[in-house]
Design a protein around this ligand. Structure first.
Ligand code: ATP
Ligand code: PAF
Ligand code: BAL
Length: 286
């Protein structure tokens, strides 16, 4: 076992003991897994974590296993010192920020969690192996931290679905809690990758949330109207390269087709310049 794993486990054990001494018989540990470059979306997850338990642990790890060979692993923003300072301001001192060598002492793993069918659509189709890598590291983080609760953002909606599915399929003793998307005032979903956008690209990126807004305005007119309203907004912005637009059933993450009435999550992913962004919105379609 490596230093940072030994250290975080000792810190959590100390925090548990202190909580018991402070009168909390069964302190709950809440994990917030992140890749760092923290923004208000992450900090909202932390605030939620504080409400859900007694001891909050934030992990910061840019997981090589979930990046494809031509993706942005090497350029992904890394701002560890600023992240730790922001967390300290929020009252969180338990930060687990291992190195790749600590997480993968053999360079890779030969045992992986396989995401299955729902891991090979949408994000999984564009990023083959991404969700196996994501679930594998989440599983490792769960084993290292032993949280009672783990908090994830709805921005990565397919990720949240798959983590919940893994927990159910494998009887993982962790409660998974989802937090609604935190947006900038103009509607753009906060994302660490927004840091890559030029001013002009950021304006183009707003097309994603505008398309979801248009979809929401059409939710009383059926699923076809929802999708065509969003598509029209996307078609009108030639500077973005659409990857997918789809409406899925939140219970199965499979596409819904007309006629459909009920809850549906509209998903959108697009490249804006060199930056790939995702967004989604839950609608009540009738
Ligand atoms: N705007 C947001 N609202 C709610 N949760 C968010 C938001 N952005 C990120 N999260 C959540 O924070 C957690 C860590 O995500 P991550 O560190 O990859 O940040 P990110 O901003 O999603 O980065 P990326 O640029 O890779 O999309 C995930 O559970 C993710 O869904
Ligand atoms: C859950 C996660 C931390 C696993 O690397 C990552 O996919 C993320 O930040 O969403
Ligand atoms: N927030 C999702 C992590 C990734 O893009 O790899």
């Amino acid at each position: 076992m490596t230093d940072s794993i030994i250290t975080i486990r000792a810190q959590i054990a100390d925090a548990r003991r202190a909580a018991v001494q402070g009168g909390i018989d069964f302190p709950r540990v809440v994990l917030v897994p992140t890749m760092g470059a923290l923004h208000d979306g992450h900090l909202t997850l932390v605030d939620e974590a504080k409400k859900l338990g007694d001891i909050v642990v934030v992990s910061i790890f840019v997981n090589p296993l979930q990046f494809g060979p031509n993706e942005d692993l090497s350029t992904y923003p890394r701002t560890l010192d600023a992240d730790v300072a922001q967390l300290a301001d929020r009252g969180v001192s338990l930060v687990f920020a291992p190195t790749p060598a600590e997480m993968y002492p053999d360079g890779d793993v030969s045992t992986r969690v396989v995401a299955g069918d729902a891991g090979s659509t949408f994000e999984g189709r564009t990023r083959p192996g991404h969700f196996d890598g994501m679930l594998t590291v989440v599983s490792k983080l769960f084993h290292i931290v032993s949280p009672d609760v783990a908090v994830f953002g709805e921005k990565d909606r397919q990720q949240l679905f798959l983590v919940k599915r893994m927990v159910r399929d494998l009887n993982v003793p962790v409660e998974v809690h989802g937090v609604p998307i935190v947006r900038a005032e103009d509607g753009l979903a906060l994302s660490s990758r927004n840091a890559f956008l030029s001013d002009a690209e950021r304006r183009s990126a707003l097309t994603l949330s505008r398309a979801l807004e248009a979809a929401a305005s059409a939710q009383d007119n059926g699923i076809d109207a929802v999708l065509s309203a969003a598509q029209s907004v996307l078609d009108a912005e030639p500077t973005i390269d659409l990857d997918y637009l789809a409406a899925v059933d939140p219970a199965t993450f499979t596409p819904v087709t007309s006629p459909y009435a009920g809850s549906s999550v509209v998903l959108v992913a697009a490249r804006v310049g060199a930056t790939r962004l995702i967004d989604n919105r839950t609608l009540a379609v009738s």
